[in-house]
Design a protein around this ligand. Sequence first.
Ligand SMILES: [Mn+2]
Length: 404
Amino acid sequence: MKVLHTSDWHLGQKFISRDREDEHRLALDWLVQAIEKEGVELLIVAGDVFDIGNPPNSARALYYGFLRKIIRTNCRHVVITGGNHDSPNMLDAPRDLLQMLNVHVVGAATEDPNSQIILLNDQNGKLEAVVAAVPFLRDQDLHRAATSDGGQERIERIKEGILSHYTAIGDAMGPLAKLKIPKIVTAHLCVTGAEASDKQDNIYLGNTENIRADQFPALFGYVALGHIHRPQAIGGMKQVRYSGSLIPLSFSETKDEKSVTLLEFQNDKLDKISLLTVPVGRRLKTIEGSLEEVQEKLESLNERYKDELAPWVEVLVETDRLVPNLNGLLHDFTKDMHLEILKLKVKNEHQSLDMQMPNEQLEDLRPIDVFRKKLESAGRPPEDAEELVATFRELETWMNEKNN
Ligand SMILES: [Mn+2]
């Protein structure tokens, strides 16, 4: 059986006030073609389908448009789980309807492991694969994480909760465990040893590791991970993998090649793992150097990607003198170029001046960004700050669900 694993689409992402609809459409169109070409029979999306709990209608249209195309292909089953960015209720709302089309959605986990164990039948009604579709586990899903606990103790309880959740999933597999069919489990979290791209800011509880690669029940032939945007196998186990995000989602991901993971099962055995590279719709580039070097690099960038969407560029100018109106100067310089500067920083020995271009407006920032800035200016230590950010995220999700 051919299975394709992807995650972290973040549909509806706003990137420094720009939307990513064009890139997402290109990537999803490519994905439909790849699924057709490779003869994929089961598609797994391991969380963070959307970037926010209440995504814009254009992002929802992309999602449903993609599903409409997929159900007309050879792909017999789709399994989608919720990530920390998704609103479980929003994902689950069309669940019963989608199930009629063999699209299985698990937005939130319940205490009953069987609510996450999805049995997939072939055209003749014979069981052909099992996916334990475990979404991102929120505090309230884990029961053990009492909110009144302090930092480290709370993190330990979350870890225990996650481990016991997966143990229960393994136990609930019961007689299914012996069947000679593909058995896959999903997770949306940070596994020990995972490497994030430099500044990926979407991490739950910072880089707190939630579980080790070898702690997932051994009966599963593959662990389909989501959450970290860089594709990688974990803990030296090739069958425990992050597929990585579909498109680069921050300037820190510009060096990562984006891919989806193609799995080939012979009965219950994982026979082959290969990566399919996602063609780049739009490059995110970081360039740095003196003003002259930056201008040279901008010129060559202008020439290089003419047949793609205009690259978005983060510029870091190193200078020992004050350049008046650098912002306007570079804006004029790149006016007719096939690129756009979204972020401008100046590194100066005498002063450290941070500029955002266009000027950072409150409306361009996500609430979480404002909250982080507040924490920064209040001088909170990083461990402390991550804890508060995690709590803030929970609050956001709760509010989103209330509003939906
Ligand atoms: Mn995530």
